[in-house]
Design a protein around this ligand. Sequence first.
Ligand code: BTN
Length: 329
Amino acid sequence: MKRELDSLILATLYNAQPDFASGNALAEELGVSRVSIWSHVEQLKKEGIEIEAIRNKGYRLIALPSELHPSVLDAMLRQERIAADFHFSESIDSTNSEAERQLAKGCPTPLVIAAGRQTEGRGRLGRSWFSEDRGNLYLSYVFRPHLAPTRMQRFTLWFGLCLCEELNEAHGLPVMMKWPNDLVSNGKKVAGILTEARIDADRTRDLVLGCGLNVNSNASIWPEEIRSKATSLAQLHGQPVEIHALAAGLIRKGLKAYECFIAGDYERDFSRLWERYNVLDGASVTVHTHQGEIAGQVKGIDAYGALELSLPNGQTRSFQAGDITLSRN
Ligand code: BTN
């Protein structure tokens, strides 16, 4: 209830920007007293949202916090008219683990889970995902797709490409897709996607796409081993990025990507986005797999989303999984 009233107040203030919204009008519109509006605004100010209050004028939104605030995100999701359930935790083990727990309880889908930080963030191939920093996004999209498991890899690529499009077109951030699940810029990783599915017979029953995106990170607190390989949107942009508008846009885009995929209405856009955002196009690479390392030149992907490589002996080999490094020429 508190969250709902907070986010309705914030949505009104956000829409009114740069003007004031009157306390009377807010109280009337939201069906509460002016005192109640005042006390909610006071609390929001304590939580880091800058709101100017002037007698006879009302309230004006001045600045949003650089870390994700659930009521602000909620206000933006209302703005985007997003029809999905949304859960937020200040701190959680892993949003993907929470997704599993919610699915086991029979939660409605689509569901989006976000957290301010994670204590046991998980990455691909059993790695951990550094998640101490509250300036980043930790998001899981939860679906029950009833799709053939063979379509999952292509779906993950499609999903990543759609996120790239959002970052480029809505925010002017030069982010590319690196097969199989990374978003990169200038050779450094900005985001990773962890796809986890539960499969029944020959159908994917539950699907969780976990997305970790470095937004306003403070690189000085990153562990040494990721500092040289990773970057953040703020570093790319040269200044902090407004995390709530970013999150709301990415949530809307991810849910839309899912709808299009399920409806089978994505192939043409897939090719267009792949051409534009595939950072490995024609590159000389090394694929690191459990079986060893194989060097070759990227040809493209097959119908299932596996990476096709031309080997030095002229043969083509495809890979369903692996880490890619670009070879120096
Ligand atoms: C990768 O290894 O590149 C994938 C990283 C995925 C991290 C995200 S953060 C939100 C979600 N919850 C997790 O525990 N992992 C994913």
